[in-house]
Write a protein of this length. Sequence first.
Length: 255
Amino acid sequence: MHALLVEDDDRMAHALATALAQRGHSVRRVGRALDALRHVHEAEFVLLDLGLPDLDGLELLRRLRTVCDAPLIVVTARCGERDIVQGLRAGADDYVVKPFRMAELMARIDTVRRRTGARPGPAGAEPAEAAGRTVRSGDVEVDLAGRTVTAAGRPVRLTRREFDVLAFLAGRPHEVHSREEILDRIWGDAFLGASRSLDVHVAGIRSKTGRPGLVRTVRGYGYQLGAPAAPDGPDDGPDGPDDGRGTASGRDGGP
Ligand code: CA
């Protein structure tokens, strides 16, 4: 497969490119964010360093995600909890902290490719009977075929993965789904990074819809579609903690 390697450090880039080539991948290495944006359309998967000279890596990640759906793994020295959460929320499929073992990174690449490639389509995570349906819960509508969500009639912008999680729960709204089941169906694997990722994505769904009750936590087990109440207050204006655009304050909001 063709990899886009975004890494400004020559030694790191050389080591990664060599390892990728040994596993049969073709590699385009770029050291600047602008070149990454220029070449991302040709990539079948992306390895992204966050410390780049011309643009913050998280901002680049968000921009890449608006134009590219390819599997993307962040490979960075930033190891704080907040960095990892922000990276996953911005659309990374996995997050690997430097220094890392090359064999482990290569295994994670295989896993990410498998779980993203294994899905037959954007609706692949849903049971077949759910395709084409619109599921309502409270004032939230989830259009499973159109992959759109509205809350009180207003569109909610979820990431691809957030929608997959919500659609999976909405596909069988009366069932409680275990963490393992969700991780297996959406991520294709239940390893550590994805396990944290599930909580991050559920938090994203709750904050972006402004409906914390939309996803119900079944403690110690998993999640279920909930029946959310609209935020308190008059119907004629957003007075919640955010306006449904996903900038939940305080949770992981950075500068
Ligand atoms: Ca760097």
